[in-house]
Design a protein around this ligand. Sequence first.
Ligand code: URA
Length: 238
Amino acid sequence: MKGNTLRLDKYLTSLEVGSRTQVKDIIKAGKVKVNRTTIKRPDFHVDENNDQIDLNGVNLVYNKFYYYMLNKPAGVVSAVTDSKCKTVLDLLDVTPKNGLFPVGRLDKDTEGLLLITNNGQLSHDLLSPGKHVDKTYYVELNGALVENDIKLFQAGLDIGEKSKTRPAILKISAEKNKAYITITEGKYHQIKRMFAAIGLTVTYLKRISMGPLTLDEALKPGEYRKLTDREIKLLTEK
Ligand code: URA
């Protein structure tokens, strides 16, 4: 895959090797190799996907993990590439992009928290059915919920799978067609199917949290930011 090309100094700055000035000095001092050739020009263009870039003999991208929190907007698909639709990766203007993928899927019309990383082990840990990671969603419905629905969600619902859904926590808002729901599974269209099982249609769905990670309210749909060190620690510590 041919990647974006960009200036070597910009690429190194994006990897937080140093400030733009420091990075220029590092390049001019002959410390950087592109495809095993020393490059001393900061404006040399590199291909972020295909070039091997070494600093002091150490490959820069290898083994480095990146973590972004995206407030996924409706209308984009949770995929790396798609021949027809805009993907969540298309929304990220970051370098390097190669190797990043969304952790799990939100439906095209669902908004909210989506973690994007290149850490496959973390993704596996968060999505593995045996780990039962909590996911909380804000939901709006075409009709009102009643108190008894809390019990139905707690007891588990038949959504056409081999077994009932695992216990889910439903919190009904003052406006009875709005609620927060926490599930510990990730079956296809799970939330929509759970509400369909009690005769309601989801009209709006937004993921608020996943495991220890909560959507940053400052992020508007389509906006993203790097995870903080604390968030990364919370996610990765066993
Ligand atoms: N459940 C759904 O139905 N859709 C999503 O996007 C996520 C959970």
